[in-house]
Design a protein around this ligand. Sequence first.
Ligand code: OMP
Length: 236
Amino acid sequence: MSLDKIIVPLDVSTKEDAIALVEKLPQVTFWKVGLELFVGCGPEILTFLKSQEKRIFLDLKFHDIPNTVAGACRSASRYGVDLITLHATAGKTALKAAQIAAEAGAKEAGYPVPKLIAITLLTSLNSRDLAFDLKVPLELPEYALQMALLAQESGLAGAVCSPQEVAQLRQTCGDDFLLVCPGVRPVWAEKGDQQRTFTPVEALKAGANYLVIGRPITAADDPVKALERIIEEISN
Ligand SMILES: O=C(O)c1cc(=O)[nH]c(=O)n1[C@@H]1O[C@H](COP(=O)(O)O)[C@@H](O)[C@H]1O
């Protein structure tokens, strides 16, 4: 069902605002808890989402030395979340250690092992940022692909990528590799700080497993209608 492919981020800073959003959109089954909310209210929000039987994408984008990234993934895996992000640029040793630690953390807590997904290149960056500011000499699609392959070789379940690169990643990494795409904008929504976008229909056609769609829904005058409009677009 189309709705199952949409993850909505709870990009608010308090538990009250987060709960209000979850209650406003009861049909959403998969929610993302990111830095703003987790820093603002801690793991209590995860307990709430689990009590509502929601799936949880814990998006804290870990990026540190292997021992620290592994420790963070072990702790995060004790919450019973479904997806966890870390940056591919933490490197192969960190990614491998993270996977082992996630398995251990989930086992300790009696939960299924969450899927670790690596950030390839943030969707807020463009080719110019990559070349001139980050000084990366590869073309952007090639860089994103290399980061996804690093994640795959390190034993991770998937990657986060822009929908503009997802077709190439799907072709190279195969059908079993989970590809989660933020940077999704219906034609009627503002892009904001997102640089590499596709519409929901284009992103799914290109091979995304899940779409992360925030402000087009959550900042809309009527979030329920905005969500319905997106569902209708991707169902046709
Ligand atoms: O890891 C993410 O989810 C993520 C990676 C990325 O490259 N770009 C990106 O926008 N995100 C997240 O996806 C969400 C996109 O939100 P909107 O731009 O409001 O649709 C935000 O919560 C971001 O933190």
